[in-house]
Design a protein around this ligand. Structure first.
Ligand code: SF4
Length: 691
């Protein structure tokens, strides 16, 4: 797969992990799309321009240390000595948990694994979590509750192309992962029905056979209504319910109250559309239900996903050929990033950190006394919100994340980060969070390191380096190795990703996400390897749940869930809903894509999307500067008039910092199970910025 000047690898951005070929000529790296089962030769504009950042003038090439209030160049020895001595001092003055670690869903499997181990073994802190908590945690928790296993898609993406009926809930794939559209085109060409649930008529919704446009925060009621209709019309798979599930009686009693006329009043979705949707789902042979952030980023995100899983189970979909429920993971390694120990409550192999057997297994692989491993920490937002407080961490090491832009209630999070005694950020660009650091450690980019990623299908992929990082930049594994050594942990933190992956395989063996049979050679020889794969000589698992689920009795657990109002509903002072999301040309907090010329020109700044009727009521013209205010903050951005959005709702993308930072407004109410913040709905007031 590599001849020095040409490597086959994958896009650095989203969870589709499109196949691409990198070529080097005269020290210039170029990107070409590559045939791969997920993207089938397609790339979006983010993937096409991914190499533009490799030699970007703002690329960090030397460590930076804050002196006299300014970040100034330093040697690695100066930077790492300062980091190690300050960590030791803070842990001596307070305790080991006074140092926190914050990771990211874009880190490779090897780095995710090493970071979790570094926190527990080198720092002995329980305070580690990562930005994937803001992405996948609700679907993950619901998947574990129902199926005993959380794998985004428990079937290959190709199944989508042959679905008779496909229901997308809160998923704008046309903008977030455009090559996915090839599967939608296949599905349409075969006469399939596409139904999209979204408060906006997104480019994805505009392709749909049927678009349900609910009030933000009411997806759960829609799911319960669909199950109500299927139940009353006798459309359920009774044999499947009896043989493969538990808990249906409770669910049946609950959904009995979700009669369509009531749900129409609650959601704004007409009864006829609910009925048409239920019948299309029940009438197809191959039927797939997919959720994404629109359904999941709520303070009731776990229950909302559970409601759609209940619907899928009642129709007998999971495990049926060409059918099932799945979640569309967002970040590049959103799946792998949550399997190897970055989460506050997890050890590698998707093991629970408070499970004595899990601690014994992982402690054995790590060569440490299991009793010495810290217990569970708190979730990402709770961790950020505790920074610098009397009981909270006083220092933080942050890898591959930019919470100043991406966290909810970002103004408060920024103040918390500022209140730290010591902040270390490892990144390849000076993100808004890195700009606040005491020490910035320059890291390799995706084309400069080997490793593995796990895409939205649970398919483990190889990332191949085509060159070394520029200047003095190092890989994250080299940084962790050097830091661990300075902290007195001589062994256990190799800088070689192949060695780390070998240990990861042993640590994951026997766990839910079992990589024991996955080798780099096997990945290269095929189009990746699907976990679980416990044996190098045995098969991998492209499709799950055909015979049994991952629960102790092998049956899926149905759980009755009730709709409840959003944590914050519109009122006299804040009369509109705000929902946030993504645009085609930007990715996540924008640290990378805002610096790519073509992407910046395509999407140069934040905006406030509002319906022309609302604009008329407010006396606002297209392009006019608006102030949007919530109980947590205020932002300013130009108006973008569009009849694609409901007249009671405004939309802002969250990729920008400064005056247009949408997350200054968002609500930090958390889901009680996943601890997912309510990014997708809060109450705001909109006014012309200049009166
Ligand atoms: Fe990269 Fe995702 Fe675009 Fe594919 S769809 S090129 S993985 S950003």
């Amino acid at each position: 797969m590599t001849d020095g000047d040409r490597v086959e690898t994958h896009c650095p951005y989203c969870a589709l992990q499109c196949g691409m070929t990198l070529r080097r000529a005269d020290d210039l790296i170029s990107v070409e799309p590559r045939e791969f089962p997920t993207n089938r030769g397609g790339l979006c504009q983010k993937g096409w321009t991914a190499a533009d950042l490799l030699d970007h003038p703002e690329r960090l090439r030397t460590p930076l240390v804050r002196r006299d209030g300014e970040l100034q160049p330093a040697t690695w020895d100066e930077a790492l000595t300062l980091v190690a001595s300050t960590i030791k001092s803070i842990q001596r003055r307070y305790d080991e948990n006074a140092v926190a670690v914050f990771g990211g869903g874009g880190l490779t499997n090897e780095k995710s694994y090493a970071l979790g181990k570094f926190a527990r073994v080198a720092l002995r802190t329980r305070n580690i979590d990562y930005n994937g908590r803001f992405c996948m945690s609700s679907a993950a928790a619901a998947g574990i509750r129902a199926f005993g296993i959380d794998r985004g898609l428990p079937f290959p993406l190709e199944d989508v192309g042959s679905a008779d009926t496909l229901l997308l809930v809160g998923a704008n794939v046309a903008e977030t992962m455009p090559p996915f559209g090839r599967w939608l085109a296949d599905q349409k060409a075969r006469g399939g029905t596409l139904i999209v649930v979204d408060p906006r008529a997104t480019p994805t919704a505009k392709q749909a056979t049927l678009h349900l446009q609910p009030t933000p925060g009411t997806d759960l009621a829609i799911a319960n209504a669909l199950l109500h209709i299927a139940l009353t019309e006798g459309l359920l798979d009774k044999d499947y319910l009896a043989e493969r599930t538990t808990g249906f009686d409770d669910v049946r009693r609950t959904v009995a109250n979700y009669w369509p006329a009531r749900v129409e009043r609650l959601t704004g979705v007409p009864v006829a559309d609910l009925e048409r949707t239920a019948r299309a789902l029940a009438g197809g042979e191959r039927v797939i239900i997919l959720t994404a952030r629109g359904a999941e980023q709520h303070a009731k995100g776990v229950d909302t996903v559970t409601a759609f899983i209940n619907l899928a189970l009642a129709l007998g979909l999971p495990g049926r050929p060409g059918s099932g429920y799945g979640c569309l993971t967002g970040q590049g390694n959103g799946q792998g990033g949550r399997e190897h120990g970055q989460k506050a409550d997890q050890l590698p192999g998707y093991r629970k950190i408070d499970d004595p057997a899990a601690r014994a297994h992982v402690g054995g692989v790590w060569g440490v006394d299991p009793a010495s491993l810290p217990g569970p920490g708190v979730s990402a937002y709770e961790l950020l919100d505790a920074l610098g407080t009397e009981a909270g961490p006083k220092a933080m090491l942050l890898f591959g994340s930019n919470p100043v832009v991406s966290a909810p209630r970002a103004g408060r999070v920024t103040e918390r980060i500022r209140s730290l005694e010591f902040l270390v950020v490892a990144d390849f660009l000076l993100s808004e969070t890195a700009a606040l650091a005491d020490v910035v450690l320059p890291t390799a980019m995706w084309a400069e390191e080997d490793g593995t990623m796990t895409n939205l299908e649970g398919r483990v992929l190889r990332r191949h380096a085509i060159r070394r990082p520029p200047g003095q930049a190092r890989t994250d594994l080299e940084i962790l190795h050097d830091l661990a050594t300075r902290l007195g942990t001589e062994r256990g933190f190799p800088a070689d990703p192949a060695e780390v992956f070998g240990e990861l395989r042993r640590a994951s063996a026997g766990g839910v996400a079992d990589y024991a049979g996955v080798t780099w050679e096997r990945i290269d020889a095929h189009d990746g390897v699907f976990w679980p794969c416990p044996d190098t000589d045995g098969p991998d698992t492209p499709r799950m749940f055909a015979e049994r689920f991952g629960t102790p009795d092998g049956r899926a657990r149905m759980v009755a869930v009730e709709h409840r109002a959003a944590a914050e509903e519109p009122c006299a002072d804040y009369p509109l809903y705000l929902t946030t999301g993504r645009v085609l040309a930007q990715y996540q907090s924008g640290t990378q894509t805002r610096r790519v010329g073509a992407l910046r020109r395509a999407a140069p700044h934040a905006f406030v999307e509002l319906h022309p009727d609302l604009a008329a009521r407010l006396g606002v013209a297209d392009g006019e500067s608006l102030t949007v205010t919530s109980r947590r903050g205020e932002v300013t951005a130009p108006a973008r008039l569009s009849d694609a959005i409901r007249a009671d709702t405004v939309f802002m993308p969250f990729h920008w910092a400064g005056a247009g930072r949408a997350n200054s407004l968002t609500n930090d109410a958390l889901d009680p199970t996943s601890r997912m913040p309510e990014f997708k709905v809060c109450a705001v007031r909109v006014e012309r910025a200049f009166g």
